[in-house]
Design a protein around this ligand. Sequence first.
Ligand SMILES: *Cc1c(COP(=O)(O)O)cnc(C)c1O
Length: 369
Amino acid sequence: MPHKESPPVFVTRAMLPPLETYVEKLRGIFSSRYLTNQGVHAEALERELQDYLAVRELVLCTNGTLALQLALRLLGLNGKKVITTPFTYVATLSALLWEGCTPLFADIDPHSLCMSPSEAERLLESHPDAAGVLPVHVYGNACDVQALERICRTHHVKLLYDAAHAFGTTLHGRSLFHWGDAATGSLHATKVFNSVEGGCIVVASDEAREHLKLLRSFGHCDDTHICLGINAKMSELHAAMGRCLLPMVPDFLKCRERLTALYDAHLAPVLGQALRKPRLAEGLCWNHAYYPVFFPDHAALLRCLRALTKKNIRPRRYFYPSLNTLPYVQASACPVSEDMAQRVACLPLWPDMDEKIVLQTSKIVIDSM
Ligand SMILES: *Cc1c(COP(=O)(O)O)cnc(C)c1O
């Protein structure tokens, strides 16, 4: 019999609840025939997430991209110049462009991989018409939230965090969603906590929450049309999945931490030398959302990726290319981001991943160097 190749090992795998717990919720949905429009599960998940993250107001929506778009509208940033980072998933940028914003790229800090506050400040000074700053808590690490807040206050601009990677991370004991005029999350299948597809926006006032609810649901309340809205609601089937998975998150975080420590141990001969990891913020309790490593140069990264691909291990180049180089944005230089993007890979990591994958991946990485 021919040898059947084992399925590829990707950078992550979606976590699922026990099937019976989801089926039980499905039964309720089938008997009520209430499928969407803020049903019992969407309402309950909103409250449960608010409690879990210990944040003031949380509004659920369809996905993390629409969460950004709703937040940009909420803060009145649509159509304006907004300073953002080139080292992120393309959705941060696409949300800005879709809302008619002009992105200005502030280069990143080479250690944290998050937006450099001094670069943001430089851009605010040279673009007095910029209206907001959109940094990303890259890999679940924290931006320099104090510096960014001070700069945004000084320049009277809005601060919106893309916290899509930050679910479960705390800084000085507080969820990263706490910072900024608003922070958005993604509950996509590949993230630390998922509802298959989903997103959320965290804000600090009742007015902001109510306005987001309007934006999310066509901008009207019954027959009263108040503002331009869109359809960004979360269905009951998605919310039910989120409710089944949320109680499992503390366990996921522990598993991620244990596997990260195992990678650290097996990569020890090269870590901190030829292979580098991001520097975590002080006071951070990290969610271990990814296992990113930076190779000495592009050639070393490609050599390692080829060796891993031969064994059917397929890490992702999160984040490549640097977004300031995309064909549909105005060209600008971000040398740090461009350099880091050329030599980064995120190694496979999910909570119930077999430890053998850590061993095998680490060995291939070391042998390729
Ligand atoms: C995943 C992600 C998004 C988009 O979230 P979706 O739920 O997939 O739309 C936005 N920003 C960052 C940084 C992400 O990683």
